[in-house]
Design a protein around this ligand. Sequence first.
Ligand SMILES: C[S@@+](CC[C@H](N)C(=O)[O-])C[C@H]1O[C@@H](n2cnc3c(N)ncnc32)[C@H](O)[C@@H]1O
Length: 266
Amino acid sequence: MSTSQYVFTDSQHSEEFERLQAIEQVFDPASRKRIQSTGITTNWRCLEVGAGAGSITQWMAGVVGESGKVVAVDLDTRFVANLKSSNVEVLEADIRHLSLENHSFDLVHARYVLIHIPDFQVALSRMLDLVKPGGWIVIEEPDFTAARAIFGEEAACQAVNRVNRAILQMFTARGMDHALGVKLPAILQRYSLQQLFVENDTPLSHGGSGIARVMRISTVQLAEKYIATGEATQEDIEKYCLFADDQNAWAIYYATVGTTAQKTAD
Ligand SMILES: C[S@@+](CC[C@H](N)C(=O)[O-])C[C@H]1O[C@@H](n2cnc3c(N)ncnc32)[C@H](O)[C@@H]1O
């Protein structure tokens, strides 16, 4: 995949930063918990794949301390380039071709990255090669098939569900799997692992909540792409945004599947 295949490549700097920070605000607590369950501690070498706005990189840098190291890799490092920490290294690179030494990380983490890579298997294999025997991989990916309007005005619910269908269609048309999250545990099972833990978070949320805000920002940024699928109109996009702001309207915006796996020790 070239940089231009990443669906948010054309997004304006400030809007993309706002979206990435909104994701961090909502999902960092669960990600930190999953990462902590691996036993992450001082001295560990960690790789953050698709570092985005960098909050998990910064947090891991604090946990591993000066004797440890965090490498943050992203196709686009504009939001992490200025991270000032002596134990953080930022690399602008495609994870699929990352030329670092195999078996050199205690932990590799990625959130909402593989879903954007059509040949995600290449990225996954590279990530697993980079993990030391006995080391950990934590991957969190969405499942957009879980999305549905639950409660609100009938016309608004229908518009939201049309936008949800447009999201599925957009991923399919780009050669990406909108349900990658739910398939990841089965995909990971093909590798040599000694432990595999799975969590499927499917929040039921009202308008104005964190996840509703994340999806509202994404929908504004990707409106043209959603409309181009033929599944949703500009009016549907506007109704989706109003629904996502409405405290009394409820939806499942998407699910996140968190997979934590330990590579077999030598
Ligand atoms: C949806 S954002 C998620 C950011 C961050 N992981 C988070 O959850 O807060 C996806 C990130 O993955 C990066 N990305 C996409 N494809 C990539 C690839 N092939 N190699 C490295 N980074 C990639 C994007 O540039 C973007 O920063």
